[in-house]
Ligand binder design. Structure first.
Ligand code: AKG
Ligand code: FE2
Length: 314
C-alpha cells in the first residue's frame, strides 16, 4: 500500500465567486499550478455537486452494474473506453466499467439509457447528465487556470474548445481478504484532465515524482484531479502526468466515476511555440489523440511504461 506520510495538496474551489481576475482566483490558480507541476494531481474541494447528486450518482451506478450481464453487454462498443467493459476471473467480474463517450452531448446519455432500459429510466439519464454538467465546470476552471499560469492566454479559446467529455462508471470487486490485490495496474491517463469521484471505499494510489506510492483519501465533497498525457504533451512537459493504480483489500466493492476531458477527433496536440525554447526543448512531436489512443491498444504499447514517449517522443 502507498506511503501514509505524504498527503496530496487539497485545493478549495468552493469560494462563492471564483471568477477570473479576482484575488481568490489568482490564489487558487497558483495552488493549482504548484500542485500540477509537483504531483500532476490534487484533491479538489468542490461544493457544486449537491448532496442528493453525490448520492444518486452512486445509486445509478450500482443500478447499472446490478443489471444482468446480457443487458450490460447490449452496451458494448468497438470504440476504446466506450460502452461496457468487464474483466472476469472464473466468471466473477473483478473490474467493470461503463463509458459514455462524448457525453457532453445529452443525446448520448439518452441513447444509452434507452438501450439498457427500453421501458425508460429517467432518473439514470438525468443523474448522469446533471453530474457531467456540474462537474465539467470544475474541469473548465482548472484548464483555464493552467492556460493562464503558463501565460499563453492567446491559446485559451483554442484549448477550451478542443475537448469533448467522457464519463466512465467503474466498479471494483471487493477482494474479501486483508491481502492487498491490484485491481487496476499503474498507468497514466491519455486524455487532458481526469476528475475522479469515489464511494467510501479507498484504493486509489498515485506515484510521486520521487517514486513513492501515496494513498488518495477523498471525502464525499472532494474530487481527485489528475493530468493525463495529452496535457503533459501540450504543455511541453510543464504539467506532470500522474501514474496511478487501484489497490484493494477488504469486503466492500469500490465504485468510482471518472470525468475525462479529451481532445476532439482530428485535433492535433502540438505544444505552443511559447513553451518551447533552449531550456525547454520540444518533448513530443505533434500527434492526433485518437491515433494515440488506438496505439494504446496495440501490443507495441504494452512494452512501454510511458507509451507517449514511445509513440511521439522527440
Ligand atoms: O477508479 C479509480 O479511481 C481510477 C480509475 C482510472 O484510473 C481510470 O479509469 O483511468
Ligand atoms: Fe486512470
Amino acid at each position: 500500500m502507498g506511503s501514509k506520510n505524504i498527503k496530496l495538496p487539497k485545493i478549495n474551489f468552493s469560494h462563492e465567486d471564483l471568477k477570473p481576475d479576482t484575488l481568490e482566483w489568482n490564489q487558487v490558480k497558483s495552488q493549482v499550478y504548484k500542485a500540477l507541476v509537483e504531483y500532476g494531481c490534487f484533491e479538489a474541494f468542490f461544493d457544486k455537486i449537491p448532496i442528493n447528486l453525490q448520492k444518486s450518482i452512486f445509486e445509478v451506478s450500482q443500478e447499472f452494474f446490478d443489471l444482468p450481464i446480457e443487458t450490460k453487454l447490449k452496451n458494448i462498443s468497438t470504440k476504446p473506453f466506450s460502452g461496457y467493459v468487464g474483466q472476469y476471473h472464473s466468471s466473477i467480474p473483478l473490474y467493470e466499467s461503463m463509458g459514455i463517450i462524448d457525453s457532453n452531448i445529452p443525446h448520448k446519455a439518452e441513447k444509452y439509457t434507452q438501450l439498457l432500459w427500453p421501458q425508460g429510466n429517467p432518473s439514470f439519464c438525468k443523474t448522469i447528465q446533471s453530474y457531467i454538467e456540474q462537474l465539467s465546470k470544475l474541469d473548465q476552471t482548472i484548464r483555464r487556470m493552467i492556460v493562464e499560469s503558463l501565460g499563453i492566454e492567446k491559446y485559451m479559446d483554442e484549448h477550451m474548445n478542443s475537448i469533448n467529455y467522457s464519463l466512465r462508471l467503474m466498479k471494483y470487486k471487493e477482494p474479501q481478504t486483508d491481502e492487498t490485490k491490484t485491481r487496476l495496474h499503474a498507468h497514466t491517463d491519455k486524455n487532458f484532465v481526469t476528475i475522479l469521484y469515489q464511494n467510501q471505499v479507498k484504493g486509489l494510489e498515485i506515484l510521486t515524482k520521487d517514486g513513492q506510492w501515496i494513498n488518495v483519501d477523498p471525502t464525499p465533497d472532494t474530487f481527485t484531479v489528475m493530468i493525463g498525457d495529452s496535457l503533459h504533451a501540450w504543455t511541453n512537459g510543464r504539467m506532470h502526468a500522474t501514474f496511478h493504480r487501484v489497490m484493494m483489500r477488504g469486503n466492500e466493492a469500490r465504485y468510482s466515476i471518472g470525468l475525462f476531458s479529451k481532445p476532439k477527433a482530428g485535433y492535433i496536440i502540438k505544444a505552443p511555440k511559447e513553451l518551447v525554447d533552449e531550456d525547454h526543448p520540444l518533448l513530443f512531436k505533434p500527434f492526433d489523440f485518437h491515433e494515440f489512443l488506438a496505439f494504446g491498444y496495440t501490443e507495441e504499447d504494452m512494452k512501454y511504461d510511458f507509451s507517449l514517449k514511445a509513440y511521439c517522443g522527440v
